[in-house]
Design a protein around this ligand. Structure first.
Ligand SMILES: Nc1ncnc2c1ncn2[C@@H]1O[C@H](COP(=O)(O)OP(=O)(O)O)[C@@H](O)[C@H]1O
Ligand SMILES: [Mg+2]
Length: 265
C-alpha cells in the first residue's frame, strides 16, 4: 500500500465532554484518491471527518488530543494547533454535507458567496469565469448557464448537491470531505454523484463517509473501517472487502451488508 499522503493523524483522541468518540486513530489519507470511512451508525465517522477541517470546534465541550498534519502546506503545520488559521484550513479542506445545504439565494450568489468571503476575486468577468468553471466541473453549466439568477432551492436535489460541490470547488481546495453526500438522493442520482466523484478524484483528495457498504465498494480506492471509535481496518478497498485482515471487519461487514440489504428492499 504505497501512496502519497494528503492527511495523516497520529494517535487522535476526541472527547465530547467525558465521552470518548475517537480512540487513538493513526491513519494516512492518500492524495488524489477516494477514501471511504465506513462503519455502523454512531461509530464516529462524522466525528473523524470533521477533525480534518476542525469542524468539531463548533461543538461546545469538545477536546482533541494527538496530531493531525496536512501535507503540501507547511504553513498549516499541525492542524490541531491553537493558532492555526481556520479560514485558510476550511478553504483548503472543503466539506459537503448529507442534505444539500444551498443558500436561499440565486445559483450565482451561492457560488459568489465563498469568493467574497475569501476575498478571492472582485471583477465581475473574473467571477463569472470562475462560476462557469466550477459549474462545468460538476456537469451543471449546460443546464444552468441561462438560469444563474434562479433560486438554488428550485433545483432538483441532485443538482443542489452538485451545486454544493461546485461551491467547494470554486475555492480551489485540495481536499474534499463528504459526509453521506447521497443519503438524500434517489438511486439514479446517487450513481450520478458517484460518477462525478470518480472524475474529481483525478484532481482532489476525497474522503467520503458512508454507512452504505456497496457505495464504498463502488466508489472508493481505500477504505477505513471504524468500530466504536476505533479504526479497526484500513487498506485498499478491494482488500478490505474481499480479504479483511481483521476478523471484526469480516463479521461486522456481514452484519452491515444485511442491514443495507434490508434497508434497500
Ligand atoms: N455533539 C455531540 N455531543 C456528544 N456526543 C456526540 C456529539 N456528536 C456525536 N456524538 C456521539 O459520538 C459518537 C459518534 O458520533 P458520529 O461521529 O456522529 O457517528 P457516525 O457518523 O458514525 O454515525 C456517537 O456515540 C454520538 O452519539
Ligand atoms: Mg454521521
Amino acid at each position: 500500500m504505497e501512496f502519497k499522503t494528503s492527511i495523516e493523524t497520529f494517535d487522535l483522541n476526541l472527547f465530547y465532554g467525558d465521552f470518548q468518540a475517537l480512540k487513538n486513530i493513526s491513519m494516512k489519507i492518500p492524495d488524489k484518491n477516494i477514501t471511504a470511512i465506513i462503519g455502523p451508525s454512531g461509530c464516529g465517522k462524522s466525528t473523524l471527518l470533521r477533525c480534518f477541517n476542525r469542524m468539531n470546534d463548533l461543538v461546545e465541550g469538545t477536546r482533541l488530543e494527538g496530531r493531525l498534519v496536512i501535507y503540501n502546506d507547511k504553513r498549516l503545520g499541525n492542524v490541531l494547533a491553537n493558532d492555526i488559521d481556520l479560514i485558510a484550513l476550511r478553504k483548503k479542506v472543503g466539506m459537503v454535507f448529507q442534505r444539500p445545504n444551498v443558500f436561499n439565494l440565486s445559483i450565482y450568489e451561492n457560488l459568489r458567496f465563498g469568493l467574497c468571503i475569501h476575498q478571492m476575486l472582485s471583477k465581475k468577468d473574473e467571477i463569472l469565469a470562475e462560476i462557469q468553471n466550477s459549474l462545468e466541473h460538476v456537469g451543471l453549466w449546460n443546464d444552468l448557464k441561462d438560469k444563474l439568477g434562479k433560486n438554488a432551492r428550485s433545483l432538483t436535489l441532485e443538482q443542489q448537491q452538485r451545486l454544493c460541490i461546485a461551491r467547494v470547488l470554486i475555492l480551489k481546495p485540495e481536499i474534499i470531505l463528504l459526509d453521506e453526500p447521497c443519503s438524500a438522493l434517489d438511486p439514479m442520482a446517487t450513481l450520478k454523484i458517484e460518477e462525478l466523484l470518480r472524475i474529481l478524484r483525478k484532481e482532489y483528495s476525497l474522503v467520503i463517509v458512508t454507512h452504505n457498504m456497496q457505495q464504498a465498494a463502488r466508489v472508493s480506492d481505500y477504505t477505513g473501517f471504524l468500530y466504536i471509535g476505533e479504526l479497526v481496518e484500513f487498506g485498499e478497498t478491494t482488500q478490505v472487502f474481499t480479504n479483511p485482515k481483521e476478523k471484526l471487519t469480516e463479521n461486522r461487514s456481514i452484519l452491515l451488508w444485511q442491514e443495507n440489504a434490508s434497508e434497500n428492499t
